[in-house]
Design a protein around this ligand. Structure first.
Ligand code: SF4
Length: 324
């Protein structure tokens, strides 16, 4: 893949070629963006994963959030996820099994949400970096193994003494494309701004909302409805989903008492670079919320330039506070 595509997807392909994914049975992908699609295609064409049973299955996710698109989404998941899970991997995809999985998912969501609620406090007992680590382990570790530790962490936080005074100079919402490295959150925080809300891919807002199964629907119906509603990927192009992204961000700024927003996008990410420009304009001009927009590499090599940008942004937030 050319060096002018998303470094995140290139790094996945690189790791596959190095043999880092030979333990996998399948790739459940989606045609989310062109770069992601190319990477998934290469996994299919080049067979870099040395596992005879490995297969690639890709859905075409919808671009709108209406009923027609919900039906299409269900059909895609049925064909490209449920059937291969059952037929190739022998996974139980019955309604009863899905209800059980939803219960387990909700349990972990409740714990992460309760931990995240502390970030609304004037002086939270945990940093954005610590929360980022907790959120990531909740996504990558087997739920039954990690849940007891997450519950312990929640209990510990209930009695943890925060710093005598709020140790940051500002509070910000971090929004944008893919971030799976807590060092990025740490970088923002060492520049003086606490990350109080994580509105990016692999963050918790959205992703840790409970799935509620209504009396008249199957678990599968509820899962599809839930994800189509809560998914706020910049790939969704219709007005309803664009408005939802903006109003949700405004809600986070208000609920988490943020002074501003940092919008980031992965280098060469088209969806988030469009979103970043439009949304930061709307947030600043129409809602009076200061925004800092940056573009970043996947690997955090040279951070000097970003550090300067973040420090300048924190200073501007402080000056604004002093002025008001
Ligand atoms: S960060 Fe952007 S370009 Fe990269 S995979 Fe996500 S949507 Fe695609």
């Amino acid at each position: 893949m050319t060096g002018r595509t998303c470094p995140y997807v290139r790094s996945i392909l690189e790791r596959a070629i190095e043999g880092g994914y030979n333990h996998l049975s399948a790739l459940f992908g989606s045609e989310s963006c062109a770069a992601m699609e190319r990477m998934e295609e290469q996994l299919y064409l080049l067979h870099p994963i040395k596992n005879e049973d490995f297969f690639v299955t890709i859905i075409d996710p919808p671009m709108k959030g209406d009923q027609t698109n919900l039906n299409y989404y269900k059909a895609q998941l049925e064909k490209h996820v449920l059937r291969p899970m059952k037929n190739a991997l022998g996974v139980d995809v019955s309604d009863a099994a899905m209800r059980e999985a939803v219960d387990r998912f909700n349990e972990i969501c409740d714990v992460i949400t309760a931990i995240g609620e502390f970030r609304k406090l004037d002086n939270p007992p945990l940093t954005g970096y610590e929360f980022h680590v907790i959120q990531l382990v909740s996504e990558v570790c087997p739920h039954d193994l990690i849940l007891p530790y997450l519950k312990d962490t929640l209990e510990e936080l209930r009695s943890r003494e925060p710093e005598p005074a709020f140790p940051f100079r500002a509070r910000i919402v971090l929004a944008g494309s893919e971030i799976d490295d807590p060092e990025f959150t740490k970088l923002v925080e060492t520049c003086g701004a606490m990350v109080v809300a994580d509105r990016y891919c692999f963050g918790s807002l959205p992703s840790r909302e409970r799935i509620e199964i209504q009396p008249d629907e199957t678990a599968f119906d509820a899962i599809c409805r839930h994800y189509l509603h809560w998914n706020q990927c910049a790939r969704f192009m219709d007005g309803m989903k664009i408005d939802q992204r903006h109003s949700e961000l405004l809600r986070l700024v208000k609920d988490y008492h943020a002074d501003g927003i940092i919008y980031e996008n992965m280098k060469f990410c088209e969806f988030w670079s469009y979103e970043k420009v439009l949304a930061s304009h709307i947030m600043t001009e129409e809602n009076g919320i200061p925004c800092c927009t940056i573009e970043k590499e996947y690997a955090l090599g040279s951070m000097g330039q970003l550090r300067t940008r973040f420090q300048a942004f924190v200073e501007s937030l402080e000056i604004k506070k002093l002025g008001s």
